[in-house]
Design a protein around this ligand. Structure first.
Ligand SMILES: [Zn+2]
Length: 65
């Protein structure tokens, strides 16, 4: 199932387009894909500096429309 939606991420306050991610923090908040990636990386002990690098790499491969 693919849904294209535009929403404001409650975690970072940015508008995003695309499939939201479910926050691991409370299991019910829908957050942007970047924050979903950050939470996933955070959960495996990746530092925020490394998270920024990884998100930068993701964006360079999948630029925003
Ligand atoms: Zn976000």
């Amino acid at each position: 199932m693919k849904e294209i939606t535009t929403a404001i991420c409650p975690k970072c306050g940015q508008e995003y387009t695309g499939r939201p991610a479910l926050s691991r923090e409370d299991g019910s908040t829908m957050i942007c894909p970047d924050c979903g990636t950050r939470e996933a990386l955070d959960s495996i002990g990746v530092s925020s500096e490394e998270q920024d690098k990884i998100i930068g790499i993701i964006h360079s491969h999948y630029p925003k429309a």
